[in-house]
Design a protein around this ligand. Sequence first.
Ligand SMILES: C[S@@+](CC[C@H](N)C(=O)[O-])C[C@H]1O[C@@H](n2cnc3c(N)ncnc32)[C@H](O)[C@@H]1O
Length: 251
Amino acid sequence: MTELSRAFDNVADAYDAARPRYPDGMYDALSEISGVTLSGARVVDVGAGTGILTRGLQDRGARVLAIDPGAEMLTRLRSRSPRSEGTAAALRADGNALPLHGDVADLVVYGQSWHWLDPVASIAEARRVLRPGGAIAGCWNFTDARQSGWLAEYENRLARECPGYWGQALEEWTVPPMATAFDLAEERWVPWTRMIGIEDFLLDLRSHSYMAVLPGEAADELVGRRRAELAAAFPEGLLAVPMHTYLAVGR
Ligand SMILES: C[S@@+](CC[C@H](N)C(=O)[O-])C[C@H]1O[C@@H](n2cnc3c(N)ncnc32)[C@H](O)[C@@H]1O
C-alpha cells in the first residue's frame, strides 16, 4: 500500500458521488468471458473503495466480499451497501495479502484498482483464493477523448496544468497491463455515453488521485478554470461524455 493509494481517503465523498458506474455490457462480458454466472457467485472485490463495483455485482445477485485498506472509502461502502442476504461484507485489508482461506471464490475482481497493487503478489493471492475454474478480472472506466474534440482539449489542459496527471492526453499512457499477468487473457472494450451535469463532472475530476494530492488552493483554481470553459461551451450545463470500459479476464 502506498501513500498515494491512501489519497483516495481524502476524496471519498467526491469519489462516491461522482465516479461513473460500470455499464451493463461490462457485467455481461465479465460473465460471458469468465464462464461464471454472477447470480449466486462468490466474489472477492479487491480495492472495492466506496463499493461502486460491489453494488453492481450485488445488483446482479453476487455474494460479494469487499476488501480495501482505506478506512474512509470502506465507511462509505458499508453505509451504502447494507448487509443482508446476498449483499456485501467488507474487510479493511491489503489485496496483496488477502485475509482469506484458499478455494473460496468464483471470481476475484478489481474495479479501477489493480494498478494500485503489486502486480505479482496480487495475482498470486487471487489465484490462491479462487476455486478451480474461477477467474480474475479487472475493469476500468475511461473517458474516450478520441470521440470528441472538447474532451480531447479538456484532457490536454489537465495534462498541462496538473503535475501528476496520468491519462490519455499523455503519449505514454496505456491501460494497466493486467492482461500481461496471465498466459491467456481476454480483453474487451465496452463503449457507452455518460450524461452528466458539469458540477458532477467536476466532482469526478476532484476524485482522481492526481487531484487529491494537489494543494487545496491549486485544485480549486484548476477546477474553476475547467468550470468556466465547460460552462461557456455547454451553457445548458449538461455533458454527453463518450466513455469506454476496459475489461481484462484471466485465470
Ligand atoms: C480508484 S479506487 C477504486 C474503487 C472501486 N473499486 C471502483 O470500482 O470505483 C482504488 C481503490 O484501491 C484501493 N487500494 C489501494 N491499494 C490497495 C491494496 N494494496 N489492496 C487493496 N486495495 C487497495 C484504494 O484504497 C481505493 O479505494
